[in-house]
Structure formats: structure tokens, C-alpha cells
Design a protein around this ligand. Structure first.
Ligand code: ADP
Ligand code: ASP
Ligand code: MG
Length: 412
């Protein structure tokens, strides 16, 4: 007998009818003779609704109370799914994050899982019970309820699969797998039969919302076999694994994109070395994430520094930088909003040096201005205007033949 962790996202549990469908998928797995642990998200848009209710009361609600509020979403789903399974004649038991022994660091709204105490779940599995765990939540050693960041139920599922040494973790969602790019925006996006942990990690970090980046990190660190698949359509999904087969080794595997990016430029920094550390320490202390950084020296006149941030962090960035204006002695700050980041990802890039050049050629021939660039071994990212994001994705998707490629392993 094997052990499977199944995770069902918001759309998959968006109504009573959908919850009954999930119960049937769980029962199918149980009837195959497997032990089953199920992780669920809040129903449909529940989390968004809870956030907007709090925002009606306060512009800046406390993170602790937001965690208290948001964890109620998942708690509703676990109970309803457990009732559905019991009604269908199966023994099931639901647990919130803290009941399931999911211990996190003491950070509200984006805590990391530190440890999972699995005794209770193991005991229930031995009793042949189906165990249902609320995704996206945990508890600190001081008994404070925390959440893992938006989309964090994926991480709950993979972390449980690792802790329980499950044979597999299936992420059921509203698409049939991981596509070459977001199928909701690009109509000829194509489902990938498999993708490597490293490629998936880049795609997830660069905006492909289909998996929470920390879930992929966990899966890679603990070598958890992962499959992304549909809760409604019955077909095999995308396998995420260490190495993907040679036939599939296209240079570019996927295109990811993300909007609401702002470029901040600090103009006329007299002492650039010291200023750099002051600027980035100040931003880090205020938990502002900086992505791409570009520095240019102006002869005899210090330096200009540009960096990109999430647009939602702009107000705070401007305020913390103006607080250190005297220390830094810069001339002025400029910002450009409504930008987006478009990235191409693929392990094959390591051995194919011309890929970045090709990307810029494609963007230039489509009259898309590149405002910032960053690269790693297996990705190239370009910041463009928000208006040009989808045209950029479309042209790159086409140029790197992502929709047309005929991959042998997809006919298996
Ligand atoms: P869930 O509620 O099941 O966790 P999400 O909305 O978090 O679902 O993730 C699924 C969505 O991810 C899809 O509806 C799709 O629009 C989006 N997505 C973004 N990039 C990709 C990609 N490369 N492949 C598949 N889906 C993607
Ligand atoms: N319900 C949470 C969210 O909407 C967690 C999740 O769905 O993974 O972000
Ligand atoms: Mg999700």
C-alpha cells in the first residue's frame, strides 16, 4: 500500500458540487488501496473576500489578525470535505494546521514551515482514516496562528508529503498541468509532460502562479515526486522531477510573466560603495524585496542606481529612502510604474550561449523596449511596459517554438 498526498485548490473546491467531486477523487485513490492525506484551500475566492472585508475596516490591518481571519477560509473547506466523505461511507477526519502539527517560524503572513509533528496523522492513517488538512496555515511554538503566503496550500501539501515520506504528491487545480506559459492568457500554450525542479522553481518565482515557489523548493530538497493535474478533466498532468528526458530538452521550456512592477532610480549618489549598502540594508530591514539592480557610474559625479520592486511597495520605498536622504546625499529619486517582467526559462540555456541575444532580437523586432535585464544560468528576464507584456510573451512563445514542438515523451 502506498501513501498519496492530494491537494485541491480554490476553484476545485469552489462549490458544494465541486467538494463532492473532490470527495469522489479522494475515494478513488483510497479504493486503490492507498493511504490518503488531503490538503485543501479556501473555497473559490473566499480568501480575496476576507481580505477585502478587512480592508473595508482598515487600510493597514495587523498581520496577526489577518492570519486569524484568512485561516478561517481553509477551515470551512476541511470540515465540508470531511462531512462529504463521511456521508459517502468513508472514515475521515479534518485538522487545522495547528492540529496537524504544522510548526512555522514566528512570522505573520508569510511564515516558513519549520517542522511537522506527524504522529497523529500517522495514527489516523493506520486506522484507515482519510486525513484532511487545512492548507496555507500553521502555528508557532508560542501557539500563534500563521499563514504561509498567498498560494501556500501547495507548500502545505508538499511539506506533508516530505514529512510522511509519501510516494507522491498530486496538486489538483483548474488547468490540466504546467503549460509553456499561462494558458489563461496565451491561447496556444501547450501542456508540458514533464519539467525539472529547477525549471519549475524559476517559472514559479518569475510569476507562473500554478505552483507556490516554496512548494517547489521543498519538493526539490526532499525529492518529492510531484504531479500537477486537473481536478475536473481526467488526463495525466505534468510531472515535476529532477531530470527531464533528452528528447524534451528544448532550450526554452517556458515563458513566465508578472505585472505591477516599478523601477526606482536614485540619481546622483556621491559615494556609491557605502550608499549601496545603506540603501539595500534599509530596504531589507523594512522587508521590501528588491529584484533587478543596475548601477551606472557617471564620470566624476558619483553614480545612478536603478532597481525594481513590486508596485505595492513603492510608497514605503520612497518613504524609507527619503528618511536616509541626508546620509546618502543623493540628488533625487525617480520612479516608473506600470512595468512588467517577462522571462524565458530552460535548463538547455546553460549550453546555448545565444539565447539572451535571440530574446532581445525578438523583442526589438516587435518594437518592445527593454528597460531592465537580469539573467541566471537557466533564465533571462526583461522588464518591459505593462502594455507590452502580453505581446512580448506571445512573440517569445512563438519565436522559441513553444507551441509547435513535438515532444516524443508526450505521446507516451
Ligand atoms: P489553485 O487554486 O488550484 O491553487 P491557482 O490559480 O493558484 O490554482 O493556479 C492555477 C492557475 O495558474 C491557472 O488557472 C493558470 O491561469 C495559472 N498559470 C500561470 N502560469 C501557468 C503555467 N505555466 N501553466 C499552467 N498554469 C499557469
Ligand atoms: N487560500 C489561500 C490563497 O488564496 C491559499 C491557497 O489557495 O493556496 O492564497
Ligand atoms: Mg495556487
Amino acid at each position: 500500500m502506498g501513501l498519496i498526498v492530494q491537494k485541491f485548490g480554490g476553484t476545485s473546491v469552489g462549490s458544494i458540487e465541486r467538494i463532492l467531486n473532490v470527495a469522489d477523487r479522494v475515494i478513488e485513490e483510497k479504493n486503490r488501496g492507498n493511504g490518503v492525506v488531503v490538503v485543501v484551500s479556501a473555497m473559490g475566492k473566499t480568501t480575496d473576500h476576507l481580505v477585502s472585508m478587512a480592508k473595508e475596516i482598515s487600510k493597514n490591518p495587523s498581520k496577526r489578525e489577518m492570519d486569524m481571519l484568512l485561516t478561517t477560509g481553509e477551515q470551512t473547506t476541511i470540515a465540508l470535505l470531511s462531512i462529504a466523505l463521511q456521508e459517502k461511507g468513508y472514515e475521515a477526519i479534518s485538522y487545522t494546521g495547528w492540529q496537524a502539527g504544522i510548526i512555522t517560524e514566528s512570522v505573520h503572513s508569510s511564515a516558513r514551515i519549520m517542522d511537522i509533528e506527524t504522529e497523529k496523522i500517522k495514527k489516523n492513517l493506520n486506522e484507515e482514516k482519510i486525513v484532511i488538512v487545512a492548507g496555507f496555515q500553521g502555528v508557532t511554538i508560542d501557539g500563534e496562528i500563521t499563514t504561509l503566503g498567498r498560494g501556500g496550500s501547495d507548500t502545505t501539501a508538499v511539506a506533508l508529503a516530505a514529512a510522511l515520506k509519501a510516494d507522491k504528491c498530486d496538486i489538483y487545480t483548474d488547468v490540466t498541468g504546467v503549460f509553456t506559459t499561462d494558458p489563461r492568457f496565451i491561447k496556444d500554450a501547450r501542456k508540458l509532460a514533464s519539467v525539472s525542479y529547477d525549471e519549475m522553481l524559476e517559472l514559479a518565482n518569475l510569476g507562473a502562479g500554478v505552483l507556490h515557489p516554496r512548494a517547489v523548493e521543498y519538493a526539490k530538497n526532499y525529492q518529492v515526486p510531484l504531479e500537477v493535474r486537473s481536478s475536473l478533466v481526467r488526463e495525466s498532468g505534468t510531472i515535476i522531477e529532477e531530470e527531464v528526458s533528452v528528447e524534451q530538452n528544448l532550450v526554452v521550456r517556458g515563458v513566465a510573466f508578472e505585472d505591477e512592477i516599478t523601477r526606482v532610480s536614485v540619481i546622483g549618489l556621491p559615494n556609491s560603495l557605502k550608499s549601496l549598502s545603506t540603501i539595500f540594508t534599509t530596504l531589507a530591514t523594512n522587508r521590501i524585496n528588491v529584484d533587478i539592480i543596475i548601477q551606472s557610474t557617471i564620470e566624476g559625479n558619483g553614480a545612478n542606481l536603478s532597481f525594481s520592486i513590486k508596485s505595492s511597495d513603492l510608497e514605503e520605498t520612497l518613504s524609507v529612502l527619503s528618511a536616509v536622504k541626508e546620509t546618502l546625499g543623493y540628488e533625487r529619486i525617480e520612479s516608473e510604474q506600470e512595468l512588467a517582467k517577462v522571462s524565458i526559462v530552460g535548463s538547455g540555456m546553460i549550453s546555448n550561449p545565444g539565447v539572451a541575444a535571440e530574446m532581445f532580437e525578438v523583442l526589438a523586432s516587435n518594437n518592445i523596449e527593454v528597460k531592465m535585464v537580469s539573467t541566471s544560468e537557466i533564465k533571462v528576464s526583461a522588464v518591459v511596459s505593462e502594455k507590452q507584456m502580453i505581446p512580448a510573451v506571445n512573440s517569445l512563445h512563438r519565436a522559441f517554438q513553444l507551441s509547435e514542438a513535438l515532444l516524443l515523451s508526450e505521446y507516451r
